[in-house]
Structure formats: structure tokens, C-alpha cells
Design a protein around this ligand. Structure first.
Ligand code: AMP
Length: 438
């Protein structure tokens, strides 16, 4: 099947060819004709399957030419990064069309967004909170919306956006096309879908809640306190014989934990940046750009980065801490192995996280092999002591007299000097346990 078989117009086929896409992905092959037909769509697709083009391409076609001031397509998405990414895709796919795309999200000045609304747009991509602010101030007019897209709809629910979404729905014309996209479908989201969608076409290209099949998933058992040492070891030598890591996206549970781990990695000679909700939008953009450009080897992120981020050729994702919600694991590891590439997801599982791993395995209906923990040295300094209420994973680990960091980033020397003063540098592992958790 080719893109031309899907009923797309020449301007869009040209833009798709510019992007270098040869054939539609399965979600695109199913969603594009469904959206073009004008029906509501309920789509489930694994992360990284090309779902953005699955709704953006047919909607650009339906929009035709620029018209009026108020947007006719509204795409709601949960995070600033994803919102910006969708808008960027819309501009690229629509480059040969006379259409205006506007992006609106919080954390940045309202001014350019207000100016954009005044100038008029055809397609508006927004996070719900800022959009409602601008509606209340009467800058945004949603009365002309003919097509609504809820992207990452389950995350919208998770993040407590539902009251905002309900308010937005009330501002839209009754007659409209609704498209709902998400990688995972909880019971809540199915209930929301049934209230919002009219006789939808169901487009599902993967079994419910299955994870990206191409991701090679492994886990290591390690104490909370030793996680940072093992992570540095993995960066230096690899997890499963693949050699030293050139880049990894590392997930922590808390913002404070993300900051601290980034500092600890820097101290160990690994260029690192943190990305989370407390960072300014400029800092988030910079961290992501540095990572995408390869200037940063470790991007340490909270859940904010688990959805939708598209980082080309990202070889590994590390779950430094397992998420409490199993679906978040699926989204996290979906950051690797995108668009046909392969990738690895490594989880560091502390004793008190064993139950979380079991929940994840149950949700995915797939087991994550637990490999023998490799030998590593305790050479990474603990960094600054804990302050404030938002504690990270290494709570209580504060070794003011720890050995100097391994600034060269060289491979650890098993059995060599390092570790805490007064204690012999110890080599840990390999663990005697190797089993497939079930
Ligand atoms: P998405 O799931 O929409 O975030 O897309 C994931 C990645 O797949 C992006 O880098 C897209 O540029 C890429 N992509 C989307 N459609 C195709 C296609 N038909 N062929 C190759 N790559 C694609």
C-alpha cells in the first residue's frame, strides 16, 4: 500500500515524500481513510507508530484552504513538548498547503499566542489549561471547530485534565468530527470515549496495552543506594554486551530525584541534563535540543517526558525507578524503538519495587527478563544532601566523604580504589539470581 492509495491530495503526498516516508504505517493505513470519510475515530496504537500523521494528514486535507480567523481543527494534547511536536508535524505535512497552524501551551508568554489568535489560524494545537485561559479572556474562539482531536487521551485523564476538557467540549459546536488517539485504554477512557464519540470507527493496530514489540526489555535487581553506581557502570560498559552507551533517556519518579541524578551523572563524567515540570519552558527546550543534538548523553526525566517525545535513534531508555502506573512504563519504553528502529529498555528494580514490576508484566502480558547484576563499583558521589519535601529515589543516601567522582567517565576498574573511605572499594555482583520474572 502507498500513501497515494489512501486518497490523499498531491500537496500532502509531496510533503510526505519530502519526509522520506515510503509506505504508510499500519495506523496511518487505517486511520487516514477513516478520518477522510468524516466519521468519528477511536484509535489505539503503540507509541512511535506514526499516529500524528494518521490524523494530521487527513485533517489538513479536510481543511482545504485558509479561511476565517477562528480555528476549524482543535488538537488537545497533555504536554507542552507533545503539543509543540504535533504543531511542527502539522507545519511540515502542510508545507505545500495554504493553511495556518498555531500552537498554544502554558509556561511561556501569552503575548505571541494572543497575537497568533488575532491573526487567525486554521489548525490549533493546545494544552487544555492555557487554551481555557485564553478562551476566558476572549482571545480564543472555539465556535468554528469542526474537527476535534484528543491525543494521548488516557494521559489527559491521568493528569487531571478532565474538568478542563469537559469545559472545552461545551464550547465546541455539537456537529463536529471527534478523533481520539491513545496508546493505552483504561476503563475511564473507554467511558469518556463512549460519551464523546458518535458511532466511531475503531482503529486498533496493536492488542490492548501491549508494549512496543521491538523494545528489548531487561531488568537488574539493585538496591536503591546502588542504582546510581550501576547506571554509571551501564553507561560505561553497556547492559547486554552492546558496548558503552552513547545516549540514554533515564526516568525518575520525582523532579528532585531527576535533578540529583543528573548532578551525580555529571559528577561521574557523563554529560547529563534534567527535564521536568519545575523547569522553565526554555530550560526544557534546551535540555531536549542538547539531547537530540548529542551534546548531552543522559536526559534525566520525570513522567512529563514519557509521552509523545520523538527522539530519533534513541537506543536506550532506563527506568531508574519504576513508575507506579503500569501504563506509564509502556509509554516510557515507547520513547525508544520508534518508527521501525530497535531499542532497549533497562529497568533498575529495588527490592521494594518488585511488586511494581509484577504489575507491569501483568499489564503487558509479557515478562521482563531479570539479568544477573553485573559487577560495578561504588564510585559515584552522592551529590548535595536532600533538601525540601520532594525527595528523590536515593533518599537518605548522603555520603559527604565519598570518593571523588570519576570525571573522566572512563570505565570503572573493578576491584580498584573508590567507594567510601574506611571501606575497601567493593565489587558488587554478579548476582547469583538470574530468572525471568513472571
Ligand atoms: P508518531 O508516532 O506520530 O510520534 O511518529 C513517530 C515517528 O515516525 C516520527 O519520527 C515520524 O516522523 C515517523 N513516521 C511517521 N510516519 C512514518 C512513515 N509512514 N514512514 C516512516 N516514518 C514515519
Amino acid at each position: 500500500m502507498n500513501f497515494s492509495d489512501l486518497g490523499l491530495e498531491p500537496e500532502l503526498l509531496r510533503a510526505v515524500a519530502d519526509k522520506g516516508y515510503d509506505i504508510p504505517t499500519p495506523i496511518q493505513a487505517k486511520a487516514i481513510p477513516a478520518v477522510l470519510s468524516g466519521r468519528d475515530v477511536l484509535a489505539g496504537a503503540q507509541t512511535g507508530t506514526g499516529k500524528t500523521a494518521g490524523f494530521v494528514l487527513p485533517l489538513l486535507q479536510k481543511l482545504g484552504k485558509a479561511a476565517g480567523r477562528a480555528p476549524r481543527v482543535l488538537v488537545l494534547s497533555p504536554t507542552r513538548e507533545l503539543t509543540a511536536q504535533i504543531a511542527e508535524s502539522a507545519r511540515e505535512y502542510g508545507r505545500y498547503k495554504d493553511l495556518r497552524t498555531l500552537v498554544i501551551f502554558g509556561g511561556v508568554s501569552e503575548r505571541p499566542q494572543i497575537d497568533g489568535l488575532r491573526n487567525g489560524c486554521d489548525l490549533l494545537v493546545a494544552t487544555p489549561g492555557r487554551l481555557l485561559d485564553l478562551v476566558e479572556q476572549r482571545y480564543a474562539d472555539l465556535s468554528q471547530v469542526q474537527h476535534l482531536v484528543l491525543d494521548e487521551a488516557d494521559r489527559m485523564l491521568d493528569m487531571g485534565f478532565i474538568p478542563a476538557i469537559k469545559r472545552i467540549l461545551k464550547l465546541l459546536p455539537q456537529q463536529r468530527q471527534n478523533l481520539m488517539f491513545s496508546a493505552t485504554y483504561s476503563d475511564d477512557i473507554r467511558a469518556l470515549a463512549s460519551r464523546m464519540l458518535r458511532d466511531p470507527v475503531s482503529v486498533e493496530v496493536a492488542a490492548r496495552n501491549t508494549t512496543a514489540e521491538r523494545v528489548d526489555q531487561v531488568a537488574f535487581r539493585v538496591t536503591k543506594e546502588d542504582k546510581r553506581h550501576l547506571l554509571v557502570h551501564l553507561f560505561n560498559t553497556g547492559a547486554t554486551g552492546e558496548g558503552s552507551w552513547h545516549q540514554a533517556l533515564v526516568f525518575t519518579r520525582t523532579k528532585h530525584g531527576a535533578n540529583r541524578l543528573a548532578q551525580q551523572l555529571e559528577g561521574a563524567g557523563i554529560r547529563a541534563a534534567a527535564i521536568h515540570g519545575n523547569k522553565s519552558q526554555a530550560a526544557r527546550v534546551r535540555a531536549l535540543e542538547d539531547f537530540k543534538a548529542g551534546r548531552v548523553a543522559a536526559l534525566v526525566a520525570t513522567e512529563v517526558a514519557s509521552r509523545g517525545l520523538d527522539i530519533k535513534e534513541l537506543p536506550q531508555v532506563v527506568n531508574y525507578e519504576l513508575p507506579n502506573v503500569p501504563e506509564d512504563y509502556v509509554h516510557r519504553i515507547g520513547r525508544t524503538a520508534r518508527a521501525g528502529a530497535t531499542g532497549r529498555a533497562v529497568s533498575l528494580v529495588a527490592p521494594d519495587e518488585a511488586g511494581l514490576l509484577r504489575d507491569i508484566e501483568r499489564t503487558m502480558r509479557q515478562s521482563v527478563p531479570v539479568l544477573p547484576t553485573p559487577a560495578f563499583e561504588r564510585r559515584v558521589s552522592a551529590g548535595p544532601p536532600d533538601r525540601g519535601p520532594d525527595r528523590g529515589s536515593d533518599r537518605g543516601v548522603n555520603r559527604p566523604n565519598a570518593s571523588p567522582p570519576n570525571r573522566g567517565g572512563s570505565a570503572p576498574r573493578p576491584g580498584g580504589p573508590g567507594g567510601r573511605p574506611g571501606s575497601q572499594s567493593r565489587r558488587f555482583g554478579p548476582s547469583r539470581r538470574s530468572r525471568s520474572a513472571s
